[in-house]
Write a protein that binds this ligand. Structure first.
Ligand SMILES: Cc1cc2nc3c(=O)[nH]c(=O)nc-3n(C[C@H](O)[C@H](O)[C@H](O)COP(=O)(O)OP(=O)(O)OC[C@H]3O[C@@H](n4cnc5c(N)ncnc54)[C@H](O)[C@@H]3O)c2cc1C
Length: 410
């Protein structure tokens, strides 16, 4: 059993690791260092109920303060780890402290991808990753504000839904030919685009931002968003959601192998035998999908943290879960289970205009993944079928009256 375990980063992954390490019997010193000031908090509400003001800051915490006491955690908040010496097995914390560890878990998360087009430094252009970002955005959301959202992915659309429900004017600029292009089938994209339009959001696909222009009366602030197509959108607030990059700064500087994330093996161990990594910052091999993947989800944060914790204490379990993800927009819950790599067919179950339906991704007859809208029943059933690598009858799948499990052929 190691004497000291240090965790860098204090987000979803770190909190799950604290719980798992103590549950698995780790009795030694546990130090968690995070550079954000407050207690570790949930990020998903940042684009949803926290942005709208429905959920207060106190309710965002992942665990109450007492959790860290009962789990005997030295929680160092508002402190950044500046470097790692793999040789000496020590961390340098801002301010000069050096902390020795026996095992290290990196949970440094991800950072928003930034736009660097002309005018990108103007005030009023925001990214969304932290409570501090939400505070800045909300300060600009005066009644009737014109909000331009760059990026029609999950974050962009969730923000669009929240801002629209707050009564703001909303334009979404999406570079590709459909929203959520990277993750869902065209049927799901079309459904969500129509729901946004119905709510009064203007969605502009095939639109590439070329510059941000200042306001005439306040030249330090953004006033318009210009596009390559020659259109100009007036904006009081711009929110950019064009994807995230894994935060590998610390790991790469220490000499750990990184490639589109901190490279870990199936046990979530990095290229150094004393260092593990989990959550958004990692790139891991997926035995199930026969490739390396980088996932940005709470589920992945929790599951990798569990695997890493067990293995840091001497276990040898393999991380091979069926991933899942959710997104909330208006009164719609999108649930995605499995990864739809290499699918050759999508079967739609139910009619989108009922606002409750599913898209099943098949390769041959194997069910690879399922996206569903307001249909938790299909999500629950699919989770098991995908884990079992079930094959389904496409014709029966297309009939929503047939339970998903009754479509299985082998
Ligand atoms: C607006 C928004 C909405 C989302 N919605 C959903 C959703 O609906 N469903 C879903 O599944 N997922 C959602 N996600 C994604 C989900 O929040 C992430 O997958 C999850 O937070 C990953 O957890 P993590 O612990 O790996 O990283 P993070 O939560 O990013 O935590 C990493 C922490 O490490 C800190 N850190 C980094 N470097 C250092 C250092 N050198 N020293 C000290 N601290 C450091 C960071 O500041 C950060 O606090 C959303 C994310 C955002 C931003």
């Amino acid at each position: 059993m190691p004497d000291t375990i240090a965790i860098v980063g204090a987000g979803h992954t770190a909190v799950q690791a604290i719980d798992s390490l103590r549950r698995e019997g780790f009795d030694g010193r546990l130090v968690v260092i995070g550079d954000e000031p407050g207690l570790p908090y949930q990020r998903p509400p940042l684009s949803k109920k926290f942005l709208s003001g429905e959920l207060p800051l106190e309710r965002l915490s992942l665990k109450p303060a007492g959790f860290y006491e009962t789990h005997r955690v030295e929680l160092r908040l508002g402190q950044a780890v500046e470097s790692i010496s793999l040789e000496r097995r020590a961390l340098s914390i801002a301010g000069g402290e050096v902390l020795a560890y026996d095992r290290l878990l990196l949970t440094t998360g991800s950072v928003p991808r930034h736009l660097t087009v002309p005018g990108h430094e103007l005030e009023g252009i925001h990214y969304l990753r932290s409570t501090a970002d939400v505070d800045r955005i909300r300060a600009g959301l005066q009644p009737g504000a014109r909000v331009v959202i760059v990026g029609g992915g999950y974050i962009g659309l969730e923000v669009a839904s929240t801002c629209r429900q707050l009564g703001h004017s909303v334009d979404v600029l999406e570079m590709t030919d459909r929203v959520m292009n990277r993750v869902v089938a065209p049927e799901i994209s079309a459904f969500f685009a129509a729901e946004h339009v119905r709510a009064g959001v203007r969605i502009h696909v095939g639109t590439l931002v070329s510059a941000f222009a200042p306001r005439e009366d306040a030249p330090q602030r953004v006033g318009r968003v210009e596009t390559m197509e020659g259109t100009s959108y007036p904006a009081d607030v711009v929110i950019v959601g064009v994807g995230v990059l894994p935060n590998v700064t610390l790991a790469a500087a220490a000499g750990l192998a990184c490639e589109n994330g901190i490279a870990v093996d199936e046990h979530t161990r990095t290229s150094d035998p004393h260092v593990w990594a989990a959550g958004d910052c990692t790139n891991h091999p997926s035995p199930r999908y026969h490739r390396r993947v980088r996932l940005e989800s709470v589920d992945n944060a929790f599951e990798q943290a569990k695997t890493a914790s067990i293995n840091m204490l001497g276990g040898s379990i393999i991380h091979d879960r069926v991933p899942w993800f959710w997104s909330d927009q208006y009164d719609l819950k999108l649930l995605i289970v499995g990864l739809n790599f290499d699918y050759d067919r999508v079967v739609v179950r139910g009619a989108p205009d009922t606002r409750s339906f599913s898209c099943c991704y098949l390769r041959g007859t194997e069910l690879l993944a399922l996206d569903c809208v307001n249909n938790t029943k299909d999500y629950m059933a699919a989770k098991k079928l995908i884990a079992d690598r079930a094959h389904c009858d496409p014709d029966r799948l297309a009939d929503p009256a047939v339970a998903l499990r009754d479509t299985v052929t082998g």
